[in-house]
Ligand binder design. Structure first.
Ligand SMILES: NC(=O)c1ccc[n+]([C@@H]2O[C@H](COP(=O)([O-])OP(=O)(O)OC[C@H]3O[C@@H](n4cnc5c(N)ncnc54)[C@H](O)[C@@H]3O)[C@@H](O)[C@H]2O)c1
Ligand SMILES: [Zn+2]
Length: 354
């Protein structure tokens, strides 16, 4: 087990990481607790939740992205008020990124902010969303448009929860892990040398700590995403989010993989990324998603990137693309040119499949 410290300006966050972290630290959470989880996690871990948190009130969200909504948020507030949650209470977010994002936002707003502890149960939430204090709900079809920066006081990352995770959810977590490999040379080395172990839980446990260390360093430097350091964590996300908004059928982590694949084409075409390095990243991506979709209307879907929060104006799309090992680059393109290149990439994938 290892404690990783995220020294954000707003709050020092301690991330307890490794096997046994839940048994050691969840039982030590003091004061009045309010648990937020989702229906799948509750069904699998009801016994453990009751054993660990006694009769603490528990709010169970329906599983899935649809729960990151205004309705769910206000249902959480209703229950918090009904259960007498006070300023000294602690919200415990036990679940994937959906639970973590909405529970973090609820904690940030309730009585102008009460303590939140994140206990991520998906690989994606363990390597990424539970760390760094970004909280949000989706609104009017725009992802994460209402939210707050709100650091958890503690994050408890225990691989115990990964044993029940469906393969598809492992793939989603690997989406963010491969993103880290494109911005961190250590993680790139580990993944390239062990690409046959990507679905091995023991291997993932070590990589998880590497990803958290990377994120903790970046967020310590740039908590509120203003100096540019934190932007690098959005590699692959411009196209990932655009496709996520347009196609909907896949999950965030899968779209990050697909988005990175498409953006690699642009990075190569624009002379930013060398072909052999781009090939090695593509090889990692296709170990996780064998068939990258060659969307027929990719060019149209790419236009959704105008909503990306990184853009200063809707006509110029900003994206973080791989440059060389451990180095990324912020590329800004007029939206029409960007969408055209995305369409070209789809065409190329279609050609390769024939
Ligand atoms: N705040 C951030 O910095 C940040 C970063 C990345 C992603 N996100 C957000 O995270 C969300 C995606 O997170 P996610 O991929 O964890 O999705 P999720 O929370 O929907 O979880 C995925 C599925 O796994 C199930 N599940 C959770 N834990 C389980 C377990 N231990 N065993 C079996 N099933 C389990 C869930 O019920 C759900 O069906 C998106 O909304 C995305 O926007 C936020
Ligand atoms: Zn992401």
């Amino acid at each position: 087990m290892e404690d990783i410290i995220l020294n954000a300006q707003s709050l020092k966050s301690v991330i307890h990481c490794g096997a046994g972290a839940f048994a050691t630290y969840a039982t030590k959470l003091g004061g009045k607790l309010f648990i937020i989880t989702d229906s799948n996690v509750y069904a699998l871990y009801k016994g453990l939740i009751e054993k660990t948190f006694g009769n603490a009130p528990t709010f169970v969200l329906p599983a899935g992205e649809k729960s990151k909504s205004r309705n769910s948020l206000f249902k959480i507030f209703d229950k918090m008020i009904d259960c007498g949650v006070t300023r000294s209470s602690t919200v415990v977010a036990l679940g994937g990124g959906v639970v973590g994002d909405i529970a973090g936002l609820a904690a940030s707003m309730y009585m102008r902010g009460i303590k939140v502890v994140q206990i991520p149960t998906t690989l994606l939430a363990q390597v990424d969303s539970s760390v760094g204090g970004k909280t949000a709900i989706d609104y009017k079809g725009v992802k994460n448009v209402l939210g707050a920066f709100y650091q958890p006081s503690e994050v408890i990352v225990d691989p115990l929860f990964l044993s029940t995770l469906p393969a598809r959810e492992l793939r989603c977590g690997l989406g963010e892990i491969i993103k880290y490999s494109a911005i961190d040379c250590g993680i790139y080395g580990t993944l390239s040398q062990n690409s046959d172990k990507l679905f091995d839980l023991k291997f993932l446990e070590n990589v998880t700590a590497d990803c958290i260390r990377h994120k903790a360093k970046v967020v310590t430097e740039d908590e509120r995403d203003t100096t540019g350091a934190r932007k690098t964590l959005n590699l692959g996300h411009t196209t990932g989010h655009a496709f996520e908004l347009y196609y909907k059928r896949k999950s965030h982590g899968e779209f990050v993989l697909i988005g990175t694949y498409y953006e690699l084409y642009i990075a190569e075409k624009k002379g930013i990324c060398e072909s052999c390095y781009a090939d090695s990243l593509r090889a990692l991506i296709t170990k996780v998603i064998k068939n990258i979709p060659a969307y027929a209307d990719a060019e149209k879907a790419a236009l959704m990137a105008k909503f990306d929060k990184k853009n200063d104006e809707q006509s110029i799309v900003s994206m973080i693309v791989p440059k060389s090992v451990g180095e990324s680059y912020e590329l800004k393109l007029p939206i029409a040119e960007y969408a055209k290149l995305i369409g070209e990439c789809a065409e190329k994938i279609r050609g390769e499949k024939c």
